[in-house]
Design a protein around this ligand. Structure first.
Ligand SMILES: Nc1nc2c(ncn2[C@@H]2O[C@H](COP(=O)(O)OP(=O)(O)OP(=O)(O)O)[C@@H](O)[C@H]2O)c(=O)[nH]1
Ligand SMILES: [Mg+2]
Length: 396
């Protein structure tokens, strides 16, 4: 039976439209391509990772200056790469080590220190040590640093876990996740194995490093008087920290002497961008340095200000009754008690912890796309808080 031509054309058009419609829904996610697109970066004219990135300063220490493994490495300063990790994550740890050794540490041979709440297995030790010429140490976290503290009410904790899980707060149902966040917040730098160590670089299993870094990053921190370095700057889930800011304000009211005159309060309390986050977190923007990457000076955490702040938070119970993360806790303390000019964006260190990247535009980088913030769904783009850091503090 012959079909009239107009009907055929209409049917064809319907098929084409249908295919286009399916492609829009199931096709690849599109990302901002550059200067014209400001989905992520409302306050930024242009993502700085699209600009060519070099090293941070002229005077830097290089691998030929005495960084051989062992005693011969006299140029190394008092620093370690560190990781708190489970035996079951050995594959991810080996992969992360391989990336960091290849891009940086094989030139400088800084020691690795691994922490665990259980004894490390022989397999873990053998496989990680095989990835580096540097010394690896394997440390048990003392029970009194890891256990849920005595003042946490068991019944209230169990009830809180249920509520947190109902709110779908990631990992909030795992008691160990709460313990890990508390340990990373206020206890890691008190481990006896770090007693004589000042600087640390925190690494998690499965993270990636993309760019050759050809200078001693720890020496950079020391020489240029930096306290803390980050790569990724994010919004947090306000539901995980509803009383963190009110508790912080209570502490600050009692200890205004700890506020630094050049603090980053504006970044912490911004309500212009994502006002609903500020409201839910009761005055906190929720912006934080993503602490799975941190390069820091432990003297900051060992200061009286931080000690008092951590103890105040610890007593308030929010590591357990809520799901306070070490990222907002470190970030709030740094933002309030430290000179903001001592906090450094390591824009030249290409980095990924799923699902976010710091990906500079540099011939030293391989395997990540300059300026890409996420390879996840497009809705994640709004989690980027770098724009506010640059707006209120700068790019130093
Ligand atoms: N030893 C030990 N390490 C832990 C435990 N829980 C978490 N960790 C480590 O703490 C770090 C953070 O935990 P993750 O599970 O990566 O938490 P996250 O980064 O918020 O979540 P992901 O997105 O799944 O990576 C990682 O280095 C883990 O290996 C634990 O119970 N024991
Ligand atoms: Mg992780």
């Amino acid at each position: 039976m012959a079909i009239a031509r107009p009907i055929r054309v209409l049917a064809m058009a319907a098929v084409v439209l249908w295919v286009f419609f399916l492609y829009q829904i199931f096709g690849p996610t599109r990302y901002p391509k550059g200067p014209g697109d400001r989905v992520t970066l409302k306050n930024m004219d242009r993502d700085p990772n699209l600009d060519l990135t070099g090293e941070p300063e002229d005077s830097l220490h290089r691998k030929d200056e005495g960084y051989e493994p062992g005693e011969a490495g006299t140029a190394r300063i008092n620093a370690t790469i560190l990781s708190v990790v489970r035996n079951s994550e050995v594959d991810g740890m080996v992969q992360a080590m391989r990336d960091l050794e290849q891009t940086w540490n094989s030139k400088f041979n800084y020691p690795w220190t691994f922490f665990n709440d259980e004894e490390f297995t022989e397999e873990f030790k053998t496989r990680t040590q095989a990835e580096t010429k540097a010394k690896c140490s394997y440390e048990l976290i003392p029970k009194e640093h890891w256990d849920v503290p005595s003042w946490i009410d068991d019944g209230l904790f169990k009830e809180s876990l249920k509520i947190l899980e109902e709110k779908n707060i990631q990992y909030s149902g795992m008691v160990s996740y709460h313990q890990m966040c508390r340990w990373n917040s206020g206890l890691f730098y008190k481990h006896p194995a770090l007693e004589n160590t000042q600087y640390y670089w925190r690494v998690e299993p499965k993270v990636h490093f993309f760019c050759d870094v050809d200078y001693d990053v720890f020496r950079y921190m020391q020489d240029y008087n930096k306290t803390y370095g980050f790569t990724i700057n994010l919004y947090d889930d306000p539901e995980s920290i509803p009383t963190l800011w009110p508790q912080t304000m209570k502490f600050v009211a009692q200890h205004s002497e700890y506020l630094h005159e050049n603090n980053a309060m504006n970044w912490l309390s911004d309500s212009v961008r994502r006002p609903e986050h500020n409201i839910k977190a009761q005055g906190y923007s929720t912006c934080h340095f993503w602490s799975n990457f941190e390069i820091g000076d432990m003297n900051f955490f060992r200061s009286q200000a931080y000690e008092d702040y951590f103890n105040h938070l610890d007593r308030a119970g929010g590591f357990f009754y809520e799901r306070w993360g070490d990222a907002p806790v470190h970030s709030i303390a740094l933002g309030l008690f430290e000179d903001a000019s001592k906090i450094h964006w390591f824009r030249d260190i290409g980095y990924q912890h799923i699902p976010y990247f710091n990906c500079p535009n540099s011939p030293k980088c391989k395997g990540c796309m300059a300026g890409r913030f996420t390879d996840g769904e497009a809705f994640l783009l709004k989690e980027d808080c770098r724009a506010n850091w640059f707006k209120y503090v700068g790019m130093g």
